[in-house]
Ligand binder design. Sequence first.
Ligand SMILES: Cc1cc2nc3c(=O)[nH]c(=O)nc-3n(C[C@H](O)[C@H](O)[C@H](O)COP(=O)(O)OP(=O)(O)OC[C@H]3O[C@@H](n4cnc5c(N)ncnc54)[C@H](O)[C@@H]3O)c2cc1C
Length: 407
Amino acid sequence: MTNIAIIGCGASGMMAALAATDNNAKVTIFEYRDEAALKILSTGNGRCNISNRKIEEDAYYCDDRALVKSFLKKFSPDDTLAYFEKLGLMFDYKEDLVYPASFQASTVRSLLLNELKRRNVTVRTGHIVDKITAARNGFIISSEKRQEVFDKVILACGSYAGIKKNKRLPGDIDGYSLAYHLGHTIKPVKPSLCGINCVEDYIKSAAGTRIFGKISAFRSDGVKASDSGEIQITDYGISGIPVFNISHIVSAADSTVNLVLDLYPDKKEAEIKDFALKRAKNYIGRTVNEYCLGMLNSGIYDMFLAIFKISGETKINEDNIEILAERISSLKNISLSSKGSRSFENAQCCLGGIPLDEIDENCMSRKNKGLYICGEMLDIDGICGGYNLQWAWTSGHIAGIGASINA
Ligand SMILES: Cc1cc2nc3c(=O)[nH]c(=O)nc-3n(C[C@H](O)[C@H](O)[C@H](O)COP(=O)(O)OP(=O)(O)OC[C@H]3O[C@@H](n4cnc5c(N)ncnc54)[C@H](O)[C@@H]3O)c2cc1C
């Protein structure tokens, strides 16, 4: 019976343990926090967007989409849902997004932990692994408490995303450090799926506004991305799912990224200008305050005045109608500049970590035979919508099978 140690009791580690026990392996999970699988509780705003019925490799930022495609074929979203269904989980759907029917992340966490217990998987919480050493026939796992030998090791330590700084392990003994000392490269780890800090002060005058819009990012190296949906304007910049979905390219950049916020994504600039001009002609003699009502979301009105340094009491006249109409239509192209992304604590996942070319098709390390790596520790991050948990389930399952089958 293969004796496997899994470092990290999160989504990918638990799936790896289940897959390995399906193959009759003996599994011990080491978790440094006092409770296992805490991150799952905050997923999907506490509802756990467990997967997505339309997962494709294009939804991931990574260096090897072909590998991701082959992984998603090996243990697909359908396989994942079937696996969870066998464990007794009922699903509900919001379009393609998959949730537990209870809409409670705690259901998913408890179901997985109960199943690990039922299969006699040992979960050692509050256990910090200081060092992993490759030995002749396996690996020595060292901690303050003891040294133990295992045939195989699966690293499933996740990333820093969503974790308060004081709850993270020190950098010299965290998961990335364990992998580094086993010969792996660690690409700079940065927050992803998070809000973006903006340079422009005027953004603050719209803080608290939620508005439908499109956000685009244009990096100086030509990389660009955009997404639309509900955008939140905050006192530091912008947030909301479309912003999260482009945050990777802002985070990955070493300098400021140019952003364009379009507050009328479904309208053409000329159409807006036409409307605004007609309206201005009818409002001659009245104030900008009155004129803007009906065209602008009230939450962004002060920001509009601040961007163009206009007073709301300005009277509309023949000389300013053209320029006012132009300014209204320019709300399709509000220029912003990023000042970095939010912190790890405010992020849902991370970019960087162990390069995908350092694992093989079974998630086995190319640096150490018998060592497997899965989940977010690897340099891959998906957009919002169940993609990151699906990666954790897929890579965890592949690692668990690989570790329990391969001699
Ligand atoms: C607020 C928030 C909401 C999210 N919502 C969604 C969502 O709805 N849908 C979605 O698809 N994704 C979501 N994600 C992302 C998703 O949760 C992660 O991508 C996924 O949990 C990664 O799984 P993992 O197993 O790699 O890491 P984790 O789930 O983070 O598990 C890693 C585990 O390893 C432990 N660990 C770390 N280092 C060590 C060590 N050295 N020794 C022992 N233990 C260690 C950690 O404590 C942790 O328990 C969300 C993330 C956050 C933060």
